[in-house]
Design a protein around this ligand. Structure first.
Ligand code: FAD
Length: 410
């Protein structure tokens, strides 16, 4: 790759910010331009379904960096102007405004956007949660006594359910799969980790098919229609059915798009000097010999740094390093802190090894072919975290049990 004078980072959130910080940390002195669709400086998303939605934190509290730290980065911010197209051959980005930006190095960090229902109406009371504005708009509707229906029992849907219940709403969650959080935790552990919802009076209904929303008063939602004719009454509906990677602006380029931007082990997107990081990145994780796309905070932060570091390394004639890591995420639902290490593909066997679902506090390990594949902790951070090292070392099931035995012995 030729000399690096201008690096453009598209996406002004966690992965993009970490990329810019890493470039400066590693002594890159050229120009950095950050393009962001949202007209806000980088902020943190996890509190949007937790403390911000609860009304315990205001917007200022979730800035990812203080203004003086952002100033030190010496970045040319282009906020409120989404990238519309990329010309990989001539290395030019075109913004929605028509402005064009040339670059030598590119970091793609446009994350993901919410998936909506087919023909989702734009009625009052219908919400999604991805941005700060989404969270504040929803919060304004979560008044005591309001009937909230959450469509989708994934992590964000269940966090919204818990927060709304604590605000005094009547909450029903509708899920099409057989169990909550099934994609992340598997059916059995998804059920076990979600017991806290029944304890707190959330109605969680799995294996139901939503066919559409029903209008109440004109222009406002009144319920959710299920297959079979039942209508679940609602004053407020949150559609929490997952996300789609924000790749629209990369269509018709030579980059390979397949549920994300396909990258090699070093996060390179297939063209010299172009890298991807965060929710948008589908890369080959050597640790699992598997291509994956991860929608978690820690991965976005680490990949932003790794992509920037590798971009610089190659421009300096050095070897880029593979990004191989144990995925990690957390989710807070009522008093339960759910933490997960590794990757469950649905064909592992989960064993509860510490505590129990009845105590609402346990560690479960996921086994496959004699190896430890993942570990789930519900309100057991101390006993969960040591498994991170084992997962990074591709430990056998026997080694995992040896570690468990030390907990029992102490
Ligand atoms: P994003 O944060 O999605 O940022 C991408 C940015 O790019 C956005 O600002 C977007 O506007 C911008 N953009 C998109 N398209 C364009 C374009 N064409 N041009 C310019 N800019 C563009 N993870 C956990 O591990 N634990 C949690 O508890 C947790 N809670 C969460 C709660 C909520 C409500 C949400 C929404 C997410 C949560 N996450 C959690 C996930 C975590 O926040 C994401 O994994 C992380 O934000 C991904 O960072 P990112 O920078 O890759 O993408």
């Amino acid at each position: 790759m030729s000399e690096l004078n201008t690096v453009v980072i598209v996406g002004s959130s966690l992965a993009g910010l970490r990329a810019a910080e890493t470039l400066r940390l590693e002594k890159y002195e050229g120009r950095i331009i950050i393009v962001g669709a949202e007209n806000r400086e980088p902020y943190d998303r996890p509190p949007l379904s937790k403390k911000v939605l609860a009304g315990e934190w205001e917007a200022e509290r979730i800035s990812l960096r203080k203004p003086e730290d952002l100033a030190k980065l010496n970045v040319d911010w282009k906020l409120g102007s989404a990238a519309a197209a990329l010309d990989t051959k001539n290395r030019i980005i075109t913004l929605v405004s028509g402005e064009t930006i040339s670059f030598d190095g590119l970091i793609i960090a446009t994350g993901s956007g919410v998936r909506k229902l087919p023909n989702q109406p734009d009625w009052k009371g219908v919400h999604v949660v991805r941005t700060l504005d989404d969270s504040l708009n929803l919060r304004a509707d979560l008044n005591p006594g309001a009937r909230l229906v959450v469509i989708g029992a994934g992590f964000i849907g269940l966090e919204v359910a818990a927060t709304a219940k604590a605000r005094g709403c009547e909450v029903t969650v509708l899920e099409g799969a057989l169990a909550p959080m099934m994609r992340g935790l598997g059916a059995e552990m998804g059920q076990a980790a979600a017991l806290v919802h029944a304890d707190n009076g959330v109605q969680l209904r799995c294996d139901v098919k939503v066919v559409g929303l029903v209008e109440g008063s004109p222009g406002a939602v009144g319920g959710v229609a299920l297959d079979g004719g039942e209508i679940v009454p609602a004053d407020v509906v949150v559609v929490g059915i997952g996300v789609v990677p924000a790749t629209q602006w990369l269509e018709n380029t030579e980059l390979e798009l397949r549920d994300g931007v396909v990258c090699d082990t070093t996060l390179n997107a297939g063209v010299p000097g172009m890298y991807a990081a965060g929710d948008i990145c589908r890369w080959l994780n050597n640790l699992y010999d598997q291509e994956m796309r991860v929608e978690h905070w820690t991965t976005a932060s680490e990949q932003g740094a790794a992509a920037a570091s590798n971009l610089l390394a190659v421009s300096r004639g050095e070897q880029p390093k593979p990004y191989a890591a144990v995925p990690f995420f957390w989710s807070d639902q009522f008093t339960a802190r759910i933490q997960f290490l590794g990757r469950a593909n649905g064909d592992e066997i989960a064993h509860v090894v510490v505590g129990s679902p009845e105590e609402r506090s346990f560690v479960a390990l996921y086994e496959k072919d004699g190896y430890l594949k993942a570990a789930l902790g519900v309100s057991r951070p101390k006993q969960l975290m040591p498994f991170r090292k084992l997962l990074a070392e591709r430990a056998t099931w026997e080694q995992a049990l040896e570690l468990v035995a030390t907990f029992v012995a102490t």
